[in-house]
Design a protein around this ligand. Sequence first.
Ligand SMILES: C[S@@+](CC[C@H](N)C(=O)[O-])C[C@H]1O[C@@H](n2cnc3c(N)ncnc32)[C@H](O)[C@@H]1O
Length: 266
Amino acid sequence: MNNAENRLKEMLPLMRNPGTGSLLEINNGFLIDKVTGEGFPVRDGIPIILREDDVFGRNRKQQKGYNMGSYLYDLLYKFNIAKRWLSEIAGIMKVKSGDYILETSVGTGQQLLNMKNNGVEGHYFGNDISFGMLRKCRKNLKKWGIDAGLVQGNAEALPFGNELFDVVFHVGGFNFFNDKKKAVDEMIRVAKPGANLYIVDESDSTIREKQGGISKFISRFLPDPELFIPPIKLIPDKMLDIKEDKLLDGKFWIVSFQKPAIYPLS
Ligand SMILES: C[S@@+](CC[C@H](N)C(=O)[O-])C[C@H]1O[C@@H](n2cnc3c(N)ncnc32)[C@H](O)[C@@H]1O
């Protein structure tokens, strides 16, 4: 059995069919829902727990865009400003070695590298809607010596069981999700009681600056600034220590909170 198959076997007890909540088993290179028999393919060692029919609207646009951009994406991390941003994120997140850590929308794995560079040896997991990004992520992680369980899946219907992770975080895709409330609820569902959760994305400042600087005609084609509002109102009241901070002088926001010790899942 090769490394990828071993990794998959280890991940299986943590994974679920998001459509039914059922456990999965390996059969002839597919992951099969133990109850309904629905099959999910595994490509290049990455399970695809996503029905393409379920990817629509802005999620579909993101998937297509990131599939095309996956080869160039890492260039963004070559700029000094990205280093400052990563160190600000690391300064806020409470993560320690040994934690089970899930990054929803893991992209090419840059945030996991940041954690490793900050001395965190975690049990890393990541999902993304774009297979192109995940394939690049897999290559990167191998180069960086990071072991992580990757899966293609929607952040709004995570292919993981309940209460598994000590830290659940997301960076950079949230503003354009179809259903942000679902994505927040899913992060909470897979988080252990007492887990720390973080959501980071761009603020509306850049868009508003552009809107101010260009003609009304062109500004119609910019995304709606309302999409960039931090999701404080979507965090259930029962979560603890709900906070919003600014990163990079307000160009990004970070919303953090803790799941209480008792939080019944509906
Ligand atoms: C700006 S990138 C961020 C990647 C990585 N988190 C980082 O910080 O470098 C946004 C990522 O969100 C992913 N994404 C967008 N919508 C998604 C969804 N509904 N479910 C899962 N991933 C999604 C994209 O494919 C892309 O990889």
